[in-house]
Design a protein around this ligand. Structure first.
Ligand SMILES: *Cc1c(COP(=O)(O)O)cnc(C)c1O
Length: 342
């Protein structure tokens, strides 16, 4: 979802952005008016996440999935360590094997990704170029509740929880996120990268994937996705109005925990994720029978609670309570679960 206030501003400015006589969709990406949107959005993003000067912010395309290849091409000398704790981290590890030696240093497949490894459960290899993990597992509904310590550079996929809490960016070599969960429409991928990591890419690295070249070109090796970048700026304004990232974190945690409490107290529904690993963004749960899940989804749909079916690899239900989902919506879902239980 996008916040209503963001959609309202898009609608108001769609034909004529601030008296320019143009829609943002029509602007040249090099025009002063768009460059102003671009620079302000980048500055705002840096400020919201308190990004230190050591790190550059890139506005790229191709989704988080493109980064699965760009990361090893740019950062891997010989080998890298990957934690596989869900769907996307598994795909990231598989993609990286095309470019070097990948060591799976933690794997939660045996528990069907209902848990997150403890620090002591991560078996780092000898001299990896980086350690890659995904902080929030969108499909299975688990999240790392700590930043792991690694003997190498940390690279983190935050596609489904970025802007939901403050982050100590200085701990990471690189953070990346597709925009479409918590920031803007699909088409924009945000990369936060420690500048000293750039410049070591494999010679075969396509120029679009080349972090050094993208940094030099200010994310404009080619035309960036102008409209999603503009929407990100509006979303950042909304996050400020909500009280910033610390307030978002509190709001996110409170409402997720309320849902988990209702599910835990229910006789018909259970949340498969281990308590210590529960996601605050994607609450997964299931009924005692598939028939019950079907009835629940039907009833939810009638009440305007949509997109609640679990991912096809997991089944059951998944409440993706991203930032823009109104708290009343989360409460209504809690009431429906309790009503079913009764
Ligand atoms: C959605 C998602 C992806 C894939 O994002 P695309 O932008 O579609 O490539 C990757 N990682 C995580 C954690 C996601 O939630």
């Amino acid at each position: 979802m996008l916040p209503d206030s963001v959609l309202d501003r898009i609608a108001a400015e769609l034909y004529d952005y601030q008296g320019s006589g143009q829609s943002v969709m029509e602007m040249s990406h090099r025009s002063p008016i768009f460059m102003d949107i671009f620079e302000k959005t980048k500055e705002h993003f840096r400020k919201s996440l308190s990004i230190p000067d050591t790190h550059e912010v890139l506005f790229l395309q191709g989704g988080a999935t493109t980064q699965f290849a760009a990361i090893p091409l740019n950062l891997m000398k010989e080998s890298a360590d990957y934690a596989v704790t869900g769907n996307f981290s598994g795909i990231a590890a598989k993609e990286a094997t095309k470019y070097g030696k990948i060591h799976i240093c933690a794997d939660t497949s045996d528990s069907n990704h209902t848990e997150i490894p403890e620090q002591s459960g991560i078996n780092f290899s000898e001299n990896p170029s980086y350690f890659h993990y995904c902080e929030n597992n969108t499909i299975y509904g688990t999240q790392w509740n700590y930043v792991p310590t690694a003997p190498t550079t940390l690279v983190c996929d935050m596609s489904s929880n970025i802007l939901s809490k403050p982050v100590d960016v200085s701990k990471f070599g690189m953070i990346y996120a597709g925009a479409q969960k918590n920031m803007a429409p699909a088409g924009l991928t945000v990369v936060i990268i420690d500048k000293k990591l750039a410049g070591n890419q494999a010679p075969s690295t396509p120029m679009m994937f080349n972090y050094e070249q993208q940094i030099k070109a200010g994310s404009m090796v080619n035309t960036p996705s102008c409209f999603p970048i503009y929407v990100l700026g509006l979303t950042l304004d909304w996050v400020d109005q909500m009280g910033g990232l610390a307030a978002m974190e509190e709001r996110t945690r409170t409402r997720a925990n309320k849902l988990y409490e209702i599910i835990d107290n229910s006789k018909l529904f259970t949340a498969p994720a281990k308590v210590s690993a529960r996601s605050h963004m994607n609450v997964t749960f299931r009924g005692t029978t598939p028939e019950l899940d079907k009835q629940f989804l039907e009833q939810a749909n009638k009440q305007g609670l949509v997109n609640l079916a679990g991912h096809r690899v997991v089944g059951g239900m998944r409440a993706s309570i991203y930032n823009a989902v109104p708290t009343e919506g989360v409460e209504k879902l809690g009431q429906l679960i309790a009503m079913f239980d009764k």
